[in-house]
Design a protein around this ligand. Structure first.
Ligand code: CA
Length: 366
């Protein structure tokens, strides 16, 4: 019991409990452990976001500050924005090669290299942030994710969640499915595959290239995140129709990538600090978005005249049907793809049966 409650200081308490053992001494660290404990690690973290971009970019900065403070300066992580060391979409490779020790991004950016990674970003009509966190931390999701990245020498941890995103910015109204046909939209991941099946053309662009692409007409529509981040990029200046809900990204997980060898070379306390700081960053981003999205949405509508619109029911219904087809393709992609699919879908089904009598039921009467 004492070890559970006071698990930060197990040794002194254990000594107290057995009492009268003043002569008992903690185990002497080996010279190797001593060297690792005394060593200072200076690491680099590359990100897929513009430096200090609200929420997405500030989360890794806060993570680095927390890690440095918790480690007494022994693990010092310097954070780089997209393009400073490597371009946004080369973050995974840089961590895998060991060019840098850490990265921060979203798993669906690596779908060209690891299609199954998309499950660990977000899934159309899939789990929300609360459910995704439950699956990853307590439902076997993180184990599968780490298994998936292991051949690349990369260790992933959830390190941020945007919550349910918005449907995106469109320069013309979406009234029927015909309006999707031929539309060129920045929409990554599995949502992009659904959009393709609906007749559109999905494009993958890093955040920093979205505004100009939309403004110049290189793309007709874009999704980014939600009001807080979309306002920061000024997307309302490039398109006036703002659609909801973000059927394609119901709870985007951001990931911390750690070079496996570098992580394994850390002493156990620093490994634990990295994991706990990631967990704190994961929750903190969701908390910040909960605070900022509502005020940003109000500013977009009241101050910038944005037209807020729901997707038509039949369009959403079609997206949902097509999503199921896309997920079947992903399931059949590989042996691990099948295991991820089964784990994800089983968790979602089980969660749903409870959520309808808990969160959903409460929201509907609030
Ligand atoms: Ca998005």
């Amino acid at each position: 019991m004492y070890r559970t409650i006071f698990n930060r200081r197990p040794i002194p308490l254990a000594l107290l409990l057995i009492g009268g053992l003043a002569c008992a001494k903690p185990a002497t660290p080996t010279s190797e452990t001593k060297t690792a404990i005394q060593k200072t690690y200076k690491w680099k973290m590359v990100t897929t976001w513009p430096k200090n971009f609200p929420g997405l970019g500030t989360a890794p900065e806060r993570f680095a500050v927390a890690v440095k403070a918790m480690s007494g300066g022994r693990l010092d992580v310097r954070v780089y924005g997209a393009g400073e060391i490597v371009p946004a979409l080369e973050v995974f490779d840089a961590v895998s090669r060991g060019t840098v020790e850490m990265g921060h991004g979203a798993a669906y950016y690596w779908k060209g290299k690891i299609p199954e990674a998309q499950w660990f970003a977000t899934v159309p009509f899939g789990m929300n942030a609360r459910e995704a966190n439950g699956w990853l931390s307590h439902g076997g999701g993180l184990k599968l994710w780490q298994e998936l990245y292991r051949p690349f020498g990369v260790l992933p941890f959830p390190a941020g969640n945007t919550g349910t995103q918005m449907g995106g910015w469109f320069s013309k109204e979406i009234n029927t499915l015909d309006d999707i046909k031929g539309l060129k939209m920045r929409i990554p991941g599995l949502g992009g595959e659904v959009f393709r099946k609906a007749g559109g053309t999905p494009v993958l662009l890093p955040g920093g290239e979205i505004f100009t692409s939309l403004q110049t007409g290189a793309i007709d529509a874009t999704e980014w995140v939600g009001p807080y981040n979309d306002l920061a990029f000024g997307l309302h200046k490039a398109a006036k129709f703002y659609y909801y809900p973000g059927w394609h990204e119901p709870g985007l997980v951001l990931e911390l990538l750690v070079n496996q060898k570098a992580f394994e070379a850390l002493p156990p306390d620093l490994q634990q600090i990295v994991q706990q700081a990631a967990r704190a960053a994961n929750q903190d981003m969701l908390d910040e978005y909960t605070r900022r999205n509502s005020e940003a949405l109000s500013a977009l509508v009241k101050e910038h005249g944005v037209q807020l619109k729901p997707f038509p029911d039949d369009v959403l219904k079609k997206f949902k049907e097509l999503s199921a087809e896309v997920l079947q393709v992903e399931r059949d992609r590989s042996e691990i793809g099948k295991r991820i699919y089964e784990s994800y879908m089983a968790f979602q089904r089980a969660s749903r049966s409870y959520q309808v009598v808990a969160e959903d039921a409460y929201q509907s009467v609030r």
